[in-house]
Design a protein. Structure first.
Length: 223
């Protein structure tokens, strides 16, 4: 029984990793020299289902596959990509592991946004100067106008999408017998208003990217 359960976990994790990779390849926001996609939202579903360890391993795996296949940012991109996804998904997974409620999921997502933003600001200070060949002071000067808002918006977008897709994905997995996560009528009553609020946050975040940060949305990845 345990072996069968582990096989299901691996199957679901592999499927969601594949979805995250496809999402990364197809959808992307670009703001200056920074880019982000929606893959963290799908990887966070793994965190909610199986915990932070599965989420961190999956985050590093997807980042590594991206590095080997389509990335044009080299080892720098690999490190930043894996670090961002791992911190975001692990934050959600750790909190939800000990508080498996809707409140826990929301608090986990909120914590993930702040944690990822803080870690990535520090990472940019220490790593970006080597990648761009500029002084650390120049990178620090970009924090209030670019790096801080970019990472906050990136976190909000992925948290909002996670709240929208989690129940549909887990319900579909339940129907085909790949997970035991059931969706009750009470869950659905809570999910619908949450999904509406998340959708509004997503729309606002996208508008900020396009009109405040002067970003671009790419439907198909371009080099």
């Amino acid at each position: 029984m345990k072996q069968k359960t582990n096989l299901k976990k691996l199957s679901v994790t592999a499927m969601l990793c594949a979805m995250a990779y496809i999402c990364m390849f197809v959808f992307k926001f670009k703001v200056g020299f920074l880019t982000f996609d929606f893959k963290d939202a799908i990887l966070t579903v793994i965190a909610f289902l199986y915990g932070p360890v599965y989420a961190v391993v999956s985050s590093c795996l997807v980042a590594f596959i991206e590095f080997l296949s389509v990335s044009d940012t080299g080892v720098y991109g690999l490190i930043m990509n894996a670090l961002s996804s791992a911190v975001f998904t692990a934050s959600c997974g750790i909190i939800y592991k000990y508080r498996r409620t809707l409140t826990g999921a929301i608090f986990g997502s909120f914590t993930a946004v702040l944690s990822m933003t803080a870690v990535m600001l520090v990472a940019n200070i220490f790593i970006t100067p080597f990648y761009m060949g500029v002084a650390r002071s120049q990178v620090a000067a970009m924090i209030p106008s670019l790096l801080l808002p970019f990472n906050l918006i990136k976190g909000v977008v992925n948290a909002a999408i996670t709240m929208i897709i989690y129940k549909p994905i887990t319900t579909a997995l339940k129907k085909v017998g790949l997970t035991n996560n059931a969706t009750s009528k009470t869950d659905l009553k809570k999910f619908i208003p949450l999904a509406i609020v998340a959708l509004l946050l997503l729309i606002i975040a996208v508008l900020v990217i396009l009109f405040v940060l002067d970003g671009k949305f790419e439907i198909v990845r371009q080099k």
